[in-house]
Ligand binder design. Structure first.
Ligand code: SF4
Length: 254
């Protein structure tokens, strides 16, 4: 029997009271996450930085502003998605999360994920990508490719903060968020096609044979120029190229 979902507010209260690892000693406050509790897209970053620790919200300041711009490229706004981090407390001096901290803190992210039940998990940077996909393959190779963890579609992207220090990452980030928007639209089209099949099987089959509803290549060359830019100039993408590789990689468990 599946485990019941824990309400987000209950998980939040547990996080606020948590002192499981030494990061509790240096925090101003915990950073639980923010956004739509029934979001279709869960964004998972690394850990709170200085501003996040002070404000109690993930992705504020320059990286947060850039994330908002990137979400717009995908046709999303901050209120559409839920944004959380692997760690809920700030590591001192913004150092990398330690394995023992990740082990102690990630049960909260697991529960958040179960409760929100997103269609897509967008992992920002190496730490969240490696944790969610249980892989040692780095973000440089994985970004912009559609993966799977359990029942969730996972789409790794560079951390927006990386582009603030390395301008060459900006184009890759914009391309990957454009591809995310394309994946969302394709998923919508597939759902509409399935619904049409259910309500009018004969009509849907005829429409399908005349004009395939889900055609990744056609979508990339379609009406949205930002998507066409991504497909033409972006990093390797599961939806931009020929269907030689499966769109969704080997299943992995969250
Ligand atoms: S980082 Fe996570 S495990 Fe450590 S004290 Fe904060 S909430 Fe608890």
């Amino acid at each position: 029997m599946p485990k019941p979902h824990i309400p987000l507010e209950q998980i939040r209260a547990e996080v606020e009271a948590c002192r499981k690892c030494p990061l509790a000693d240096g925090r101003t406050q915990t950073v639980f996450g923010v956004g739509n509790p029934a979001a279709r897209v869960l964004i998972v970053g690394e850990a709170p930085g200085k501003n996040e620790d002070l404000q109690g919200e993930p992705f504020v300041g320059a990286a947060g502003k850039f994330l908002n711009e990137l979400l717009a490229v995908a046709g999303l706004c901050r209120e559409d998605v839920f944004i959380a981090n692997v760690l809920k407390c700030r590591p001192p001096g913004n150092r990398d999360p330690r394995p023992e901290e990740i082990e102690l803190c990630t049960p909260y992210l697991r529960e958040q994920t179960r409760t929100i039940d997103p269609e897509f998990i967008v992992t920002l940077g190496n730490f969240s990508t490696k944790f969610i996909l249980k892989t040692e393959v780095g973000i440089t190779r994985l970004h912009g490719t559609l993966q799977k963890a359990g029942r969730f579609k996972v789409f790794p992207i560079f951390h927006p903060a990386a582009a603030l220090y390395d301008g060459s990452k900006r184009e890759a980030l914009e391309n990957d968020f454009a591809t995310l928007g394309q994946l969302l639209r394709e998923s919508d089209a597939a759902a509409q096609s399935a619904a049409a099949d259910e309500t009018a099987p004969g009509a849907a089959a005829a429409a399908s044979s005349a004009a395939p509803a889900v055609a990744p290549g056609a979508a990339a060359a379609g009406t949205l120029s930002v998507t066409a830019t991504s497909a033409a100039g972006g990093a390797p993408s599961a939806v931009a190229g020929e269907p030689a590789e499966p769109a969704i990689d080997q299943p992995r468990l969250l």
